[in-house]
Design a protein around this ligand. Structure first.
Ligand code: ADP
Ligand code: MG
Length: 289
Protein backbone atom coordinates (compact mmCIF):
# COMPACT_ATOMS: atom_id res chain seq x y z
CA UNK A 1 0.00 0.00 0.00
CA UNK A 2 2.85 2.42 -0.74
CA UNK A 3 4.63 4.59 1.78
CA UNK A 4 3.15 5.58 5.16
CA UNK A 5 1.72 9.08 5.59
CA UNK A 6 4.51 9.95 8.03
CA UNK A 7 7.85 8.14 8.16
CA UNK A 8 10.44 9.22 10.72
CA UNK A 9 13.91 7.68 10.45
CA UNK A 10 16.67 8.04 13.04
CA UNK A 11 15.44 11.50 13.89
CA UNK A 12 17.70 13.62 16.07
CA UNK A 13 17.10 17.09 17.41
CA UNK A 14 19.13 19.35 19.69
CA UNK A 15 18.26 22.84 20.80
CA UNK A 16 21.24 25.05 20.18
CA UNK A 17 21.58 26.91 23.41
CA UNK A 18 24.60 29.24 23.16
CA UNK A 19 27.12 26.61 22.04
CA UNK A 20 25.62 24.23 24.54
CA UNK A 21 23.37 21.91 22.54
CA UNK A 22 20.47 20.42 24.49
CA UNK A 23 19.59 17.03 23.00
CA UNK A 24 15.81 16.65 22.85
CA UNK A 25 15.32 13.66 20.51
CA UNK A 26 17.62 10.71 19.98
CA UNK A 27 17.32 8.16 17.21
CA UNK A 28 13.55 8.30 16.86
CA UNK A 29 12.11 6.05 14.14
CA UNK A 30 8.39 5.57 13.65
CA UNK A 31 5.80 5.22 10.87
CA UNK A 32 2.31 6.65 11.14
CA UNK A 33 -0.26 5.53 8.58
CA UNK A 34 -2.98 7.73 7.19
CA UNK A 35 -6.11 7.51 9.35
CA UNK A 36 -4.42 6.38 12.56
CA UNK A 37 -5.41 7.67 16.01
CA UNK A 38 -2.20 7.81 18.02
CA UNK A 39 -1.57 8.99 21.58
CA UNK A 40 1.92 10.19 22.47
CA UNK A 41 2.75 10.09 26.18
CA UNK A 42 5.86 10.77 28.23
CA UNK A 43 6.95 12.80 31.24
CA UNK A 44 7.71 16.53 30.98
CA UNK A 45 10.80 17.20 28.90
CA UNK A 46 10.73 13.78 27.18
CA UNK A 47 10.62 15.38 23.71
CA UNK A 48 6.94 15.17 22.76
CA UNK A 49 6.45 18.81 21.75
CA UNK A 50 9.75 18.83 19.90
CA UNK A 51 8.57 15.79 17.95
CA UNK A 52 5.28 17.54 17.09
CA UNK A 53 7.05 20.72 15.98
CA UNK A 54 9.37 18.73 13.72
CA UNK A 55 6.37 17.05 12.04
CA UNK A 56 4.75 20.43 11.47
CA UNK A 57 8.03 21.92 10.10
CA UNK A 58 8.21 24.48 12.89
CA UNK A 59 11.64 22.98 13.71
CA UNK A 60 14.23 21.40 11.42
CA UNK A 61 15.85 18.05 12.26
CA UNK A 62 19.51 18.15 13.27
CA UNK A 63 19.80 14.52 12.11
CA UNK A 64 17.81 11.79 10.41
CA UNK A 65 14.84 12.11 8.10
CA UNK A 66 11.15 12.88 8.05
CA UNK A 67 9.12 11.81 5.04
CA UNK A 68 5.60 13.14 4.64
CA UNK A 69 3.67 11.34 1.90
CA UNK A 70 6.98 9.87 0.79
CA UNK A 71 8.66 13.28 0.43
CA UNK A 72 11.83 13.97 2.38
CA UNK A 73 11.15 17.32 4.03
CA UNK A 74 14.87 18.11 4.16
CA UNK A 75 15.20 17.65 0.39
CA UNK A 76 16.72 20.74 -1.21
CA UNK A 77 14.19 20.36 -4.00
CA UNK A 78 11.30 21.05 -1.61
CA UNK A 79 9.59 24.17 -2.91
CA UNK A 80 7.88 26.80 -0.75
CA UNK A 81 4.60 25.35 -1.99
CA UNK A 82 5.62 21.90 -0.73
CA UNK A 83 6.35 23.33 2.72
CA UNK A 84 3.11 25.28 2.66
CA UNK A 85 1.18 22.12 1.69
CA UNK A 86 2.67 20.15 4.58
CA UNK A 87 1.85 22.90 7.08
CA UNK A 88 -1.72 22.89 5.74
CA UNK A 89 -1.96 19.08 5.79
CA UNK A 90 -0.67 18.79 9.36
CA UNK A 91 -2.55 21.15 11.66
CA UNK A 92 -1.63 21.76 15.28
CA UNK A 93 -3.83 22.53 18.25
CA UNK A 94 -1.89 23.80 21.26
CA UNK A 95 -2.40 23.84 25.01
CA UNK A 96 -3.65 27.34 25.68
CA UNK A 97 -6.85 28.17 23.79
CA UNK A 98 -6.34 31.89 24.45
CA UNK A 99 -3.15 31.95 22.40
CA UNK A 100 -4.80 30.47 19.32
CA UNK A 101 -7.77 32.73 18.76
CA UNK A 102 -7.07 35.84 16.70
CA UNK A 103 -10.43 37.39 15.80
CA UNK A 104 -13.14 39.03 17.91
CA UNK A 105 -15.97 36.98 16.37
CA UNK A 106 -15.96 33.18 16.36
CA UNK A 107 -16.74 32.74 12.65
CA UNK A 108 -14.02 35.22 11.64
CA UNK A 109 -11.59 33.27 13.71
CA UNK A 110 -12.45 30.02 11.97
CA UNK A 111 -12.18 31.78 8.57
CA UNK A 112 -8.70 33.11 9.33
CA UNK A 113 -6.78 29.99 8.24
CA UNK A 114 -8.66 29.39 4.96
CA UNK A 115 -8.41 33.13 4.15
CA UNK A 116 -4.65 32.86 4.42
CA UNK A 117 -4.77 29.96 1.99
CA UNK A 118 -6.39 32.29 -0.56
CA UNK A 119 -9.61 30.31 -0.79
CA UNK A 120 -12.60 32.02 -2.50
CA UNK A 121 -15.06 33.57 -0.04
CA UNK A 122 -18.07 31.40 -0.96
CA UNK A 123 -15.97 28.31 -0.28
CA UNK A 124 -14.72 29.82 3.00
CA UNK A 125 -18.32 30.46 4.12
CA UNK A 126 -19.16 26.82 3.47
CA UNK A 127 -16.07 25.54 5.24
CA UNK A 128 -16.61 27.76 8.28
CA UNK A 129 -20.23 26.61 8.64
CA UNK A 130 -19.25 22.97 8.26
CA UNK A 131 -16.31 23.23 10.65
CA UNK A 132 -18.42 24.93 13.34
CA UNK A 133 -21.10 22.25 12.92
CA UNK A 134 -18.46 19.53 13.22
CA UNK A 135 -17.26 20.86 16.58
CA UNK A 136 -20.79 21.60 17.79
CA UNK A 137 -20.28 25.37 17.94
CA UNK A 138 -22.64 26.60 15.17
CA UNK A 139 -24.84 28.51 17.59
CA UNK A 140 -21.80 30.50 18.75
CA UNK A 141 -20.79 31.69 15.25
CA UNK A 142 -21.47 35.35 16.07
CA UNK A 143 -20.19 35.22 19.64
CA UNK A 144 -16.99 36.71 21.02
CA UNK A 145 -14.35 34.02 21.63
CA UNK A 146 -13.23 35.84 24.79
CA UNK A 147 -16.57 35.05 26.44
CA UNK A 148 -16.48 31.33 25.76
CA UNK A 149 -15.35 28.64 28.20
CA UNK A 150 -11.91 27.08 27.74
CA UNK A 151 -13.38 23.97 26.16
CA UNK A 152 -15.51 26.01 23.76
CA UNK A 153 -12.49 28.12 22.78
CA UNK A 154 -10.51 24.99 22.13
CA UNK A 155 -13.32 23.69 19.90
CA UNK A 156 -13.26 26.96 17.95
CA UNK A 157 -9.49 26.57 17.54
CA UNK A 158 -10.10 23.03 16.25
CA UNK A 159 -12.74 24.35 13.82
CA UNK A 160 -10.13 26.81 12.49
CA UNK A 161 -7.84 23.89 11.70
CA UNK A 162 -10.64 21.69 10.33
CA UNK A 163 -11.64 24.50 7.93
CA UNK A 164 -8.25 24.12 6.25
CA UNK A 165 -9.11 20.47 5.47
CA UNK A 166 -6.00 18.95 7.03
CA UNK A 167 -5.02 15.29 6.63
CA UNK A 168 -3.67 15.19 10.16
CA UNK A 169 -4.16 17.14 13.38
CA UNK A 170 -1.63 17.10 16.20
CA UNK A 171 -3.05 18.02 19.60
CA UNK A 172 -0.25 19.10 21.93
CA UNK A 173 -1.73 18.80 25.43
CA UNK A 174 -4.84 20.48 24.08
CA UNK A 175 -6.95 19.33 27.01
CA UNK A 176 -4.48 20.24 29.76
CA UNK A 177 -6.02 23.60 30.64
CA UNK A 178 -9.64 22.51 30.43
CA UNK A 179 -12.17 21.49 33.07
CA UNK A 180 -13.39 17.86 32.93
CA UNK A 181 -16.39 18.69 30.73
CA UNK A 182 -14.31 20.74 28.28
CA UNK A 183 -11.72 17.98 28.23
CA UNK A 184 -14.30 15.28 27.48
CA UNK A 185 -15.76 17.37 24.64
CA UNK A 186 -12.38 17.93 23.04
CA UNK A 187 -11.48 14.23 23.28
CA UNK A 188 -14.86 13.32 21.74
CA UNK A 189 -13.97 15.74 18.94
CA UNK A 190 -10.64 14.05 18.26
CA UNK A 191 -12.36 10.70 18.07
CA UNK A 192 -15.06 12.01 15.76
CA UNK A 193 -12.61 13.70 13.38
CA UNK A 194 -10.67 10.46 13.19
CA UNK A 195 -13.59 8.03 12.89
CA UNK A 196 -15.93 10.07 10.72
CA UNK A 197 -13.58 12.16 8.59
CA UNK A 198 -10.58 9.87 8.46
CA UNK A 199 -8.27 12.59 9.79
CA UNK A 200 -5.04 11.20 11.24
CA UNK A 201 -5.00 12.24 14.91
CA UNK A 202 -1.85 12.47 17.01
CA UNK A 203 -2.67 13.48 20.55
CA UNK A 204 0.00 14.33 23.10
CA UNK A 205 -1.47 13.98 26.56
CA UNK A 206 -0.60 13.36 30.17
CA UNK A 207 -4.08 11.99 30.88
CA UNK A 208 -3.75 8.24 30.66
CA UNK A 209 -7.52 7.80 30.45
CA UNK A 210 -7.40 9.85 27.23
CA UNK A 211 -4.47 7.92 25.80
CA UNK A 212 -6.29 4.58 26.13
CA UNK A 213 -8.95 5.81 23.72
CA UNK A 214 -6.44 5.94 20.86
CA UNK A 215 -5.69 2.91 18.66
CA UNK A 216 -2.01 3.17 19.41
CA UNK A 217 0.14 4.59 22.19
CA UNK A 218 3.73 5.77 21.71
CA UNK A 219 5.78 6.35 24.86
CA UNK A 220 8.66 8.83 24.91
CA UNK A 221 11.30 8.85 27.62
CA UNK A 222 14.37 11.02 27.61
CA UNK A 223 14.10 11.82 23.88
CA UNK A 224 13.58 8.22 22.80
CA UNK A 225 10.59 6.05 21.94
CA UNK A 226 10.50 3.32 24.60
CA UNK A 227 7.18 1.67 23.74
CA UNK A 228 4.77 1.66 20.82
CA UNK A 229 1.67 -0.51 20.55
CA UNK A 230 -2.01 -0.94 21.28
CA UNK A 231 -3.03 0.70 24.59
CA UNK A 232 -3.68 -2.68 26.26
CA UNK A 233 -0.21 -3.94 25.29
CA UNK A 234 1.62 -0.81 26.32
CA UNK A 235 -0.15 -0.46 29.67
CA UNK A 236 0.24 -4.17 30.41
CA UNK A 237 3.92 -3.35 30.96
CA UNK A 238 3.37 -1.47 34.20
CA UNK A 239 7.07 -1.49 35.01
CA UNK A 240 7.97 0.31 31.79
CA UNK A 241 5.18 2.85 32.32
CA UNK A 242 6.47 3.59 35.80
CA UNK A 243 10.08 3.81 34.60
CA UNK A 244 8.95 6.37 32.03
CA UNK A 245 7.57 8.44 34.91
CA UNK A 246 3.94 7.87 33.99
CA UNK A 247 0.85 6.72 35.85
CA UNK A 248 -1.17 3.71 34.85
CA UNK A 249 -4.74 4.42 33.73
CA UNK A 250 -7.03 4.12 36.78
CA UNK A 251 -8.36 0.70 35.75
CA UNK A 252 -4.92 -0.75 35.09
CA UNK A 253 -3.82 0.58 38.44
CA UNK A 254 -6.75 -1.19 40.15
CA UNK A 255 -5.62 -4.45 38.49
CA UNK A 256 -2.10 -3.92 39.86
CA UNK A 257 -3.65 -3.46 43.29
CA UNK A 258 -5.63 -6.69 43.00
CA UNK A 259 -2.43 -8.58 42.26
CA UNK A 260 -1.26 -7.73 45.77
CA UNK A 261 -4.29 -9.69 47.03
CA UNK A 262 -3.35 -12.65 44.86
CA UNK A 263 -6.04 -11.96 42.27
CA UNK A 264 -4.38 -12.20 38.89
CA UNK A 265 -6.35 -10.40 36.19
CA UNK A 266 -5.43 -10.95 32.54
CA UNK A 267 -6.53 -9.23 29.37
CA UNK A 268 -7.34 -5.71 28.30
CA UNK A 269 -7.98 -3.54 31.36
CA UNK A 270 -7.80 -0.12 29.75
CA UNK A 271 -11.44 0.88 30.16
CA UNK A 272 -13.86 0.37 33.09
CA UNK A 273 -16.02 -2.03 31.04
CA UNK A 274 -13.14 -4.21 29.83
CA UNK A 275 -11.61 -4.13 33.28
CA UNK A 276 -14.86 -5.23 34.94
CA UNK A 277 -15.11 -8.17 32.53
CA UNK A 278 -11.50 -9.17 33.14
CA UNK A 279 -11.97 -9.04 36.92
CA UNK A 280 -15.14 -11.13 36.71
CA UNK A 281 -13.27 -13.71 34.64
CA UNK A 282 -10.46 -13.74 37.20
CA UNK A 283 -12.73 -14.32 40.20
CA UNK A 284 -15.11 -16.61 38.32
CA UNK A 285 -18.10 -14.33 38.83
CA UNK A 286 -20.70 -13.16 36.38
CA UNK A 287 -22.26 -9.84 35.62
CA UNK A 288 -25.57 -9.17 37.40
CA UNK A 289 -28.31 -7.17 35.78
P1 ADP B 1 7.81 17.62 26.31
O1 ADP B 1 6.90 18.26 25.32
O2 ADP B 1 7.78 16.13 26.29
O3 ADP B 1 7.59 18.14 27.69
P2 ADP B 1 9.92 19.11 24.95
O4 ADP B 1 9.95 18.59 23.57
O5 ADP B 1 9.25 20.40 25.17
O6 ADP B 1 9.31 17.98 25.93
O7 ADP B 1 11.40 19.22 25.50
C1 ADP B 1 12.40 18.26 25.28
C2 ADP B 1 13.73 18.78 25.82
O8 ADP B 1 14.12 19.93 25.10
C3 ADP B 1 13.69 19.21 27.30
O9 ADP B 1 14.92 18.90 27.86
C4 ADP B 1 13.49 20.70 27.22
O10 ADP B 1 14.03 21.33 28.35
C5 ADP B 1 14.27 21.05 25.96
N1 ADP B 1 13.69 22.24 25.27
C6 ADP B 1 12.42 22.37 24.84
N2 ADP B 1 12.25 23.55 24.21
C7 ADP B 1 13.44 24.20 24.27
C8 ADP B 1 13.92 25.47 23.81
N3 ADP B 1 13.11 26.31 23.16
N4 ADP B 1 15.22 25.77 24.05
C9 ADP B 1 16.05 24.93 24.70
N5 ADP B 1 15.64 23.72 25.16
C10 ADP B 1 14.38 23.35 24.96
MG1 MG C 1 5.28 19.54 25.59
Amino acid sequence: MGEPFIRVENLEFSYDDEENPIPALRNVSVDIASGEYVAVIGRNGSGKSTFAKLLNLILEPTGGHIYINGKDIADENMTDEDVFAIRRDIGMVFQNPDNQLVATIVEDDVAFGPENLGIPSAEIRKRVDEALATVGMSEFAKHEPARLSGGQKQRVAIAGIVAMLPKCIIFDESTAMLDPVGRANVVDMMEKLNREQGITVITITHYMNEAVRADRVIVFNDGEIVADGKPAEVYANSELIQRAGLDLPQCASLVEGLKAYGISVDGDCTTPEKCADAILRAIGGSRGK
